[in-house]
Each structure stands twice: as structure tokens, then as C-alpha cells.
Unconditional design. Structure first.
Length: 95
């Protein structure tokens, strides 16, 4: 019997970003789902470097950029979720 595995990598601390419209600070959490083995530290480090490169972006842009960056690295990413504080707004990109 062959099993399918799904690995979810989450950050335990939120990222502080700036809304491009209101210029107010927002706390966001980023999750990434994978279909195969990944090294957790490298994934978290890559997500952090992607978000801190430019903090004034929409959540949709952050999700798209993280997804394309992880995919370009050759990791088996299948979904990326960006959540606003208290899950008021959730952006999910699925392959």
C-alpha cells in the first residue's frame, strides 16, 4: 500500500508587514504545504528572506512570491497560505 504524505511548514511567530493602501502595520502568518520531504529550517529561512525583502506588499503578492520562490528552488510545494491576524483574511495558492 502506497501512502501520500502532506507536510505543512508554519512559522510560529508572525511577520510584520505594511499594507500598501492604508500604510498600517499588519501581522501575517505564512504556511506552506509540500508533497515530499523538505528540510524545515531551509524552508523557514527562505520564507523569511522572501517576506523581509519587501514588506509593503499585498497578501496576494506575498503568497504568489513565496510559492514561486519555493517552486523555483525545486521543493515539492503544493500550496501556500498567508493569514491575517485572527484569520480575518486568508489567501491560498494551490498548485
Amino acid at each position: 500500500m502506497k501512502y501520500k504524505a502532506k507536510i505543512t511548514v508554519k512559522h510560529w511567530l508572525p511577520f510584520l508587514t505594511v499594507c500598501p493602501v492604508t500604510h498600517l502595520y499588519e501581522w501575517i502568518w505564512v504556511e506552506a504545504d509540500f508533497t515530499g520531504f523538505v528540510e524545515l529550517f531551509k524552508i523557514r529561512k527562505r520564507i523569511k528572506s522572501n517576506i523581509t525583502a519587501n514588506r509593503e506588499r499585498f497578501m496576494e503578492e506575498i503568497a504568489r512570491d513565496v510559492f514561486t520562490d519555493l517552486e523555483a528552488q525545486g521543493w515539492p510545494v503544493c500550496a501556500v497560505r498567508v493569514k491575517l491576524f485572527c484569520n480575518k483574511h486568508i489567501v491560498e495558492i494551490i498548485k
